[in-house]
Design a protein. Structure first.
Length: 152
């Protein structure tokens, strides 16, 4: 069983400012609090942040980004208790209540808003769950909507 026990959520739109990779790295270090993750799973589009993490000695892998299969896997992991989200992860809990599917009838896709924590949970489940690591950290970098998230 895996727990999402903590999160770091920065919303550039809400804060009306952006952060550099170095500033996000500082937030990442505060999140892991001296623990050493076996692997960090990153949004594959976060090339500069991946490079920074690797330059600081962290093992990084690009997340599997198959959206529909990842959503199915995540739903199964949540339903079967393989992964649990603690109430302290307020942004993830908030996004669970806001996550929705496009209602245009033409596509079977989630709406790309209020989904950043959902994306990083999906990255974790798709890429790490069941791989046997003793500690893992899923990382999502800027998503184009001014939000960056780290969780473990």
């Amino acid at each position: 069983m895996w727990y999402r026990a903590d999160e770091y959520y920065f919303d550039a739109r809400l804060e009306n400012t952006r952060r550099t990779d170095e500033e996000h790295f500082k937030g990442f270090l505060e999140l892991i609090r001296g623990r050493t993750p076996d692997v960090i799973v990153c949004d594959p589009s976060a090339a500069s942040f991946i490079t920074l993490l690797q330059s600081r000695g962290f093992a990084v892998t690009a997340a599997k980004n198959d959206v529909l299969n990842g959503i199915r896997m995540t739903a199964t992991a949540l339903r079967t208790g393989q992964i649990k989200v603690t109430k302290g992860c307020v942004d993830a809990v908030r996004e669970f209540s806001l996550y929705r599917w496009a209602d245009d009838g033409a596509r079977d896709v989630p709406v790309k808003e209020n989904d950043h924590a959902m994306d990083d949970i999906r990255y974790f489940v798709s890429t790490v769950l069941g791989a046997g690591e003793s500690f893992a950290c899923a990382v999502q970098r800027e998503t184009g909507k001014g939000v960056s998230i780290w969780d473990f």
